[in-house]
Design a protein around this ligand. Sequence first.
Ligand SMILES: [Ca+2]
Length: 86
Amino acid sequence: MLFYLQRIQLTFTDFDLEDHAQCSWDYVEVKDGNVPTDTPLGKFCGKARTNVVESTGNYLYVKMKTDNVNGGAGFRATVSSIRNGI
Ligand SMILES: [Ca+2]
């Protein structure tokens, strides 16, 4: 459960999606909020990435997109909350 002053920390622990220089085909996109137009925090593709993404508020938007050719195992992530300045 998240409270008003908590932020969200998303940590990718396994990552294996189709690689591409601009991550144009398969990717995970994270934004700082709860709608697609919120501020981008990262767009990830490829393999073996350990990455931590943090929101500034109590929403984090996560979208995975794939196409129908060339895939990978997918990704695994943990989600935790961080108290904001208290
Ligand atoms: Ca693909």
